[in-house]
Design a protein around this ligand. Structure first.
Ligand SMILES: Nc1ncnc2c1ncn2[C@@H]1O[C@H](COP(=O)(O)OP(=O)(O)OP(=O)(O)O)[C@@H](O)[C@H]1O
Ligand SMILES: [Mg+2]
Length: 216
């Protein structure tokens, strides 16, 4: 059965496209994967895929776009032959974000270790509570641009997990220039010359697959 992973956050620049492209690229090594860019016309994920395809590295990954929640539902229906569908969400609370929450088997919420992003995550929690009226929702924060050695990052992440009551993935993506380079080159962190990014990206995909296998 197709597994759907939604990547949502109302704060722009939080790392949705970084998480989406890395995850889609790595999952495509395990099964047929579709990356649907729901943040049009910006289309970071769609552009990343175009570069990847041009370089002959698409493999079993394809990409699509959706600009409205109706279009998204139709596209997800259309790609039911895929093993994984990754949805890169828009930076706002929109019908599209609500649709992603309801469609996804797992929702990832990228959060940079800054107060602004943690406040923005509180808005997502309201959406999650609403969506829970429709179906059970499995959601996890993902720390991005993480600087684990800073006291601030540690304090913020501890406080956020406590205040928001939302579990974080064990894997976090640290602050690394290589992620920005990978995004521009149509690659994943596992495909570039950065040993730490390789490990984080592979762990990210492995942890997501393991969560998707779990019942709750
Ligand atoms: N872990 C990281 N380390 C370093 N740079 C990062 C990291 N994650 C994201 N970035 C950079 O931060 C910027 C925003 O990231 P990204 O495009 O993934 O966020 P987004 O939430 O999709 O933003 P947008 O609102 O523009 O769609 C990009 O330039 C990206 O390369
Ligand atoms: Mg984006």
């Amino acid at each position: 059965m197709t597994k759907i992973i939604g990547v949502i956050q109302v704060k722009g620049g939080a790392g949705r496209s970084t998480v989406s492209t890395n995850l889609a690229g790595e999952l495509s090594k395990v099964g047929k994967t579709v990356l649907i860019d729901c943040d049009m016309p910006q289309g970071t994920s769609a552009s990343w895929f175009a570069v990847r395809e041009q370089a002959g590295k698409a493999g079993s990954l394809t990409s699509d776009t959706a600009s409205t929640h109706r279009e998204l539902v139709a596209k997800v229906e259309q790609h039911q032959d895929a093993d994984y569908i990754v949805l890169d969400g828009p930076p706002r609370i929109a019908e599209l974000t609500r649709a992603i929450l309801v469609l996804a088997d797992l929702c990832l919420i990228p959060v940079g270790a800054s107060a602004a992003e943690i406040w923005a995550t509180a808005d997502i929690l309201t959406l999650i509570e609403e969506a829970k009226q429709v179906k059970p929702i499995k959601a996890r924060m993902v720390w991005t641009r993480y600087r684990s050695f800073t006291k601030l990052a540690q304090e913020l992440s501890d406080a956020a997990e406590k205040q928001l009551g939302l579990e974080a993935l064990k894997t976090s993506l640290a602050m690394r220039v290589s992620y920005t380079e990978a995004l521009g080159s149509g690659l994943t962190g596992a495909e570039i010359q950065d040993q730490n990014a390789k490990i984080e990206t592979r762990y990210l995909a492995a942890e997501v697959m393991s969560l998707l296998r779990k019942k709750s």
